[in-house]
Design a binder for this molecule. Structure first.
Ligand code: FCB
Length: 445
């Protein structure tokens, strides 16, 4: 049996835009995701987060369900435009009150809150002033972090500044598949820098407002494997590693931006000002790892590579996202974070899988593939702990089926099934299994 150390934290995660709904209620301002979803052609099936899981109204039921699963911790995010409808300046007290009540209910239920300040729902007004490519957005983030940590800092002791800055910058400003849907390399690079800068500036502010706080950042990382042993594919894989992983890990670990990737982009990077890199390298209490899959990379530049198979491991399983199930990648990354980058503590802040879940005729939702996914990954997590990695906790993605960004409601990641037409919640068999894992503090069958 794979047993976890005493005090290991078991949780589940969500984010504001994906579950809350109430997109324009009680004084909330518009976010870039509201705008993006309300623009036709951006999201599958024209889905929006207008209602989502209606968590803004149904949170007492959701906290009760967390308790039923036995969660010890809950990672959620705070909607910036619910607190500061214009991004900075006037505070919407009703927004703060919402999270205030949620914190009290969580603590009452014995569930430790892990609050993420930014999970992609930037106030639209700030986007209108340039968004993340503009430096003042980072200043606005610090003001927002100050407001929130003053109000909740007595009860929230685990703070996450940003969720996945790679995704915010790359998908939002270069690929265009996420809000605000831009496709500009210079914007992407400036956005990534200002996100990291916002993080670095906010950490001491949160620590000042929230005594004994533990503050970290969440990164989505993935091993990048060459599709063949060719020199070209290996070089391409290392470059992909630089774009996805090292571009964030290195500056956070006081190593600056990776020189090979700076050269690859070949841009002036003139948005980097004196002391920025010192700011970004502020020591952290922990780093959060979001892990789903790996990337198999081939070089497109090499003509002879064309006839090679697309992936070296074609027979592996994939989830409904088309993502390969590769649990060993979790072990590899945990080891890298500790042994190579020396982060003092690590949480797995997201890990999970989408499958096409259905309600059976008996009213149950049976999801054996998800249980198998969790099990395989938890075994790798336990293996990393045995190897000496200071892994402190695990958060399943996600508590609830929810709005999966550009895929809308077509991808279900929840431990809890949500019928989006009635808002009925049903614990999937994975939730029942997870309850037994938590109770045993071990991977059970
Ligand atoms: C991560 C996001 C999370 C969710 C999962 C599937 O990149 O942080 O919101 O969409 O992927």
């Amino acid at each position: 049996m794979h047993t976890f150390p005493e005090g290991f934290v078991w949780g589940a995660a969500t984010s504001s835009y994906q579950i809350e709904g109430a997109w324009d209620e009680d004084g909330k301002g518009e976010s870039i995701w509201d705008r993006f979803c309300h623009t036709s052609g951006k999201v599958d099936n024209s889905d929006t987060g207008d209602v989502a899981c209606d968590h803004y109204h149904r949170w007492p039921e959701d906290v009760a369900l967390m308790k039923e699963i036995g969660l010890q911790a809950y990672r959620f995010s705070i909607s910036w435009p619910r607190i500061l409808p214009q991004g900075r300046g006037a505070i919407n007290l009703a927004g703060l009150d919402f999270y205030d009540r949620l914190m009290d209910a969580l603590l009452e239920a014995g569930i430790t809150p892990f609050a993420t300040l930014y999970h992609w729902d930037l106030p639209q007004t700030l986007q209108d002033h340039g968004g993340w490519p503009a430096r003042p957005t980072a200043e606005a983030f610090v003001e927002y972090a100050d407001v929130v940590s003053r109000r909740l800092g007595d009860r929230v002791k685990h703070w996450i500044t940003l969720n996945e800055p790679f995704v915010s910058a790359f998908l939002g400003y270069l690929e265009g598949s996420h809000a605000p849907g831009h496709t500009d390399l210079d914007e992407m690079l400036a956005a990534a820098h200002h996100l990291l800068l916002a993080h670095g500036w906010a950490v001491p502010v949160i620590r000042r407002n929230s005594p004994q706080a533990r503050v970290g950042i969440v990164l989505n990382l993935g091993p990048c494997i060459p599709a063949s042993p060719s020199v070209a594919d290996r070089a391409a894989a290392w470059r992909e590693d630089g774009i996805l992983n090292r571009w964030y890990l290195n500056p956070l670990a006081a190593r600056g931006y990776p020189a090979d990737i700076v050269q690859h982009y070949g841009r002036p990077m003139d948005f980097v000002q004196a002391n920025d890199l010192e700011t970004i390298a502020v020591p952290l209490d922990f780093v959060g790892l979001n892990y789903y899959t790996r990337r198999i990379v081939r070089s497109n530049e090499v003509p002879e590579a064309k006839n090679l198979p697309r992936t070296v491991f074609p027979n592996r399983e994939h989830t409904a996202m088309g993502w390969e199930v590769y649990p060993e990648g979790l072990y590899e990354l945990l080891g890298r974070l500790h042994f190579e980058y020396r982060f003092p503590a690590i949480y797995i802040t997201e890990n999970g899988a989408a499958y096409a879940d259905q309600v059976g005729s008996d009213g149950r939702v049976d999801d054996p593939q998800r249980v198998a996914y969790f099990k395989a990954h938890l075994k790798q997590a336990a293996r990393a702990i045995r190897a000496g990695v200071p892994l402190r906790g695990y958060f399943a993605w996600s508590l609830l089926d929810n709005f999966e960004w550009a895929y809308g409601y077509s991808k279900r990641f929840g431990l809890i099934y949500v019928d989006f037409s009635t808002q009925q919640r049903i614990l999937k068999s994975s939730a029942h299994w997870y309850r037994r894992v938590i109770a045993a503090n071990a991977v059970v069958d």
